[in-house]
Design a protein around this ligand. Structure first.
Ligand code: IPD
Ligand code: CA
Ligand code: CA
Length: 258
């Protein structure tokens, strides 16, 4: 039942992405210059929340644009109505709807759907990860120097030791390809599917990673915070890899070398 609601909800959100894509929609700033929200984000969020509330009126909801809809429930839905809003607003079809479901503080289900590539990523705790119902797994690369990585950058410049630009520069100086798709949820799913060997980012929100992190774990990968501790989506940093390059990437992200 919860799984059905999850799939129906991501699909309903995606209908709104398709409806507005490359069309006319309002775009407003959320504070910092390029931190945007579009009419499509709100429409997707409304479609998703309507479905969850219809099927599970007593569940807690945390959604990027609305915030918390508090309920005294062991279940929490963590929603990103469009992950990759800048891409969406520019007509770049690398964006998705991402929803994770938490039970007693543990993510048990995740779905990430990019309707422009018709790719539905899904995972259930302990049952593996799929792309369009076909099982996926992480890559086998064990050498960071031969890896293909992906990362993202926050909307405001992070001038900290071992910050996003320093790590990016270090990797690029080693001629390691580091892509920047603009959607953390898809970065995670593409790592789960073996397209990337690893992903790291310094400042995410729970809705960016809640679904994707379970999808990577269920695809056989490793997900930790930047220090290598057990991943918790309510703190900002993430390293998600095929497991084999995890220690190498973690060392480099923390100022070490390989
Ligand atoms: C953003 C994307 C991007 C990441 C940003 C996120 P949004 O989410 O996931 O890849 O680098 O930190 O905020 O704003 O498009 O939902
Ligand atoms: Ca996001
Ligand atoms: Ca978003």
């Amino acid at each position: 039942m919860i799984k059905n609601t999850l799939i129906t909800a991501v699909e309903a959100g995606a209908v709104e992405l398709k409806r507005f894509f490359n069309g006319t929609f309002t775009v407003t700033s959320k504070g910092s210059l390029n931190d945007l929200v579009t009419e499509a984000d709100h429409a997707s969020e409304k479609a998703i929340i309507d479905i969850i509330q219809k099927n599970h009126p007593d569940h807690f909801i945390l959604s990027e644009e609305t915030g918390e809809i508090k309920q005294n429930s062991p279940y929490k839905w963590i929603i990103d109505p469009i992950d990759g809003t800048i891409n969406f607003a520019n007509g770049i079809p690398i964006c998705c709807v991402s929803i994770g479901v938490e039970l007693n503080g543990e993510i048990i289900l995740g779905a990430v759907y990019n309707p422009f590539m018709n790719e539905m990523f899904f995972a259930e705790k302990g049952k593996g990860a799929t792309l369009n119902d076909i099982k996926i797994g992480v890559s086998a690369e064990d050498n960071l120097l031969k890896s293909c990585l992906v990362t993202g950058f926050p909307y405001q410049y992070l001038d900290t030791a071992n910050g996003p630009l320093q790590i990016f520069e270090k990797l690029v100086r080693k001629a390691i390809p580091v892509r920047r798709l603009g959607s953390a949820a898809l970065d995670l799913c593409w790592t789960a599917a073996g397209r990337f060997d690893g992903f790291y980012e310094h400042k995410l929100q729970a809705w960016d990673s809640a679904a994707g992190f379970l999808i990577v774990e269920e695809a056989g990968g490793t997900v930790t915070d930047l220090k290598g501790d057990v991943y918790n989506p309510y703190q900002p940093g993430i390293i998600a890899t095929n497991g084999k390059i995890h220690a190498q990437l973690q060392a480099l992200v923390n100022g070490g070398d390989i």
